[in-house]
Ligand binder design. Structure first.
Ligand code: FAD
Ligand code: MLT
Ligand code: ZN
Length: 515
């Protein structure tokens, strides 16, 4: 077989990759040290009334101390970080955080809370983007941080069973040592928990290749509101016995039960990974490159991410990462993952030749070495972090037909004018998922009103989804109706009432406020 060489100009060393790597490209979000002051209490910014739950008494604290000895946190300083979300947009005033280690302990806590009518906010890595992970008022925070044990790993099937509080990056390392990978990856991997990923049905950077957690999660153990342990922790690829109850909890954002353990199918580690970071002259060319990519790379295409020039400018400005390709209005990151380096290089070479030759792509760089691959990924993964350094961030996470994808960004730039510092678009183009972000010096009600419901109406008109992968949490719960019909919302309320009749699990989240 004759191998087609990769275009030499793309293989030329990119001097900036060391900078990107040295700054901890894959470390996940740099929460502490980010410059902005925290938000005020949530009810000051949003219209929300405390529901008539009990407040935590000395007797409750004593009961918790019996359930999780030495792991009841009441020190206000220690509670501060757990009361504020990663984006620093919402703040609760919980006075108690509990750190169970086992499902039985979670069950014991919930039995007590259910009896006493105490509201509970499940929390994983607190990297959620929609204010679901922190209390709105004084809900008890139930953290999964100490539920971090791998239960089993089958080296033939690749099925991993673990507790919900395992950090995604740690799981990635664990399975990689056994020649597998996790089926999902995201910029928050250094902090987020697998239970949080399942609770939000996180999409992320490997969705294009490995699909949704709705397919890769094989089983769950969940503790229900009254403390009942529901064991659906099977590790079967096929199981059509009755309703698939675990699906109810995937993406339910802690409102239907607390996920305590996860069984998940891990794909084999690809032997060859290539990443190309390319500049495109226009959005039409981005789309054509995607079509060409799918046609020419076929089964080895594992990611197709896109970002506009303003994103890259912010990554350079705030994170001091060197951008390897300059002066393009759009950038794409294409990843291939396969089992035969020669075969993959040949395919990628043909694709790049075609894309460069036809003007779809004007410039680019590529990497096969692991550290350089990570450095290129950092340019995409760390956009979220760069934006958070830019000021208050209004975040929208929509699914749209790809042809209309960027029109929303252009439209908003014109609509907002100087009200916004930056209006940027990036995201998982391969999955039809746009991240539209607007930054401003500080939160402003006027700017919020210029954005909402405009963005949601625009999205609904395209039959899109107002939350592609981040969920609804607290900040987006009232926009569910833009993407789901009233009957569906009603059924969701009935399911909530069935599983959590007192409404103690993550109140004020996911379902719209009752009129
Ligand atoms: P948390 O933030 O702690 O919680 C999220 C929600 O799940 C809350 O409603 C919480 O109550 C609930 N929850 C948490 N644990 C449990 C549990 N065990 N049982 C029941 N409910 C629970 N999301 C994507 O989809 N794709 C991305 O590419 C992506 N990239 C990100 C990059 C960065 C830098 C950041 C900061 C966030 C990103 N996110 C992304 C958002 C976020 O959804 C994910 O980070 C992650 O899935 C949340 O996990 P967590 O453990 O931090 O959960
Ligand atoms: C991403 O894809 O980077 C994440 O979903 C986070 C974000 O939207 O900023
Ligand atoms: Zn995303």
């Amino acid at each position: 077989m004759v191998l087609r060489p990769l275009p030499a100009r793309l293989l030329a060393a990119w001097p900036g990759w060391r900078t990107a790597c040295a700054r901890g490209a894959s470390r996940g979000p740099a929460g502490p040290g980010r410059p902005r002051a925290g938000p005020g209490p949530t009810p000051e910014r949003y219209r929300v009334e405390r529901l008539p739950f009990s407040t935590v008494s000395a007797e409750d604290l004593a009961a918790f101390e019996r359930a999780v000895p030495g792991r009841v946190v009441t020190d206000p300083g220690a509670l501060e970080a757990a009361n504020v979300d990663w984006l620093k947009t919402v703040r609760g005033c919980s006075k108690v955080l509990l750190r169970p280690q086992t499902s039985e302990e979670v069950s014991c806590i919930l039995r007590h809370c259910y009896k006493r009518n105490l509201a509970v906010n499940p929390q994983g890595g607190n990297t959620g983007m929609v204010g679901g992970s922190v209390p709105v008022f004084d809900e008890i925070i139930l953290s999964t941080a100490l539920m971090n044990q791998v239960i089993s790993f089958d080296e033939v099937s690749g099925i991993l069973v673990c507790q919900a509080g395992c950090v995604l990056e740690k799981l990635s390392q664990f399975v990689q040592e056994r020649n597998f990978i996790m089926p999902l990856d995201l910029g928050a991997k250094g902090s987020c928990h697998i239970g949080g990923n399942v609770a939000t049905n996180a999409g992320g950077l490997r969705f294009l290749r490995y699909g949704s957690l709705r397919g890769t999660v094989l089983g769950l153990e969940v503790v229900l509101a009254d403390g009942t342990i529901l064991n659906c922790l099977t590790s079967l690829r096929k199981d059509n016995t009755g309703y698939d109850l675990k699906q109810l909890f995937i993406g339910s954002e802690g409102t239907l039960g607390i996920i305590t353990a996860v069984s998940i199918l891990c794909p084999p580690q690809p032997k060859a990974v290539n990443v190309a970071f390319l500049g495109c002259p226009g959005f039409a060319e981005v789309l054509q490159t995607f079509t060409t990519c799918k046609g020419m790379l076929g089964e080895i295409l594992s990611a197709f991410e896109f970002m506009d020039a303003e994103c890259m400018q912010l990554v350079g400005q705030h994170l001091h990462l060197a951008i390897p390709v300059q002066d393009s209005p759009f950038y794409i990151l294409v990843e291939t993952s396969g089992s035969n380096a020669g075969h993959d290089a040949e395919k990628l070479g043909s694709f790049l030749e075609q894309a460069l030759g036809s003007g779809l792509v004007t410039d680019g760089t590529m990497a096969t070495d692991h550290r350089k691959v990570q450095a290129l990924w950092a340019l995409r993964e760390r956009i979220t972090e760069a934006l958070s350094h830019d000021g208050y961030v209004y975040k929208y996470d929509v699914s749209l037909p790809v042809e209309r994808f960027y029109d929303l960004v252009i439209d908003l730039r014109a609509r907002l004018g100087l009200q916004a510092k930056h209006v940027v678009g990036y995201g998982h183009l391969g999955d039809g998922n746009l991240h539209l972000n607007v930054t401003a010096e500080a939160f402003s009600k006027a700017l919020l009103e210029a954005l909402e419901p405009y963005v949601y109406v625009w999205t609904a008109e395209q039959q899109g989804s107002v939350s592609a992968e981040h969920g609804l949490g607290f900040k987006k719960r009232d926009v569910l109706g833009y993407s789901k019909p009233p009957k569906a919302v009603q059924l969701m309320r009935q399911l909530k009432a069935l599983l959590d009749p007192k409404g103690i699990l993550n109140p004020y989240k996911t379902l719209p406020a009752q009129a």
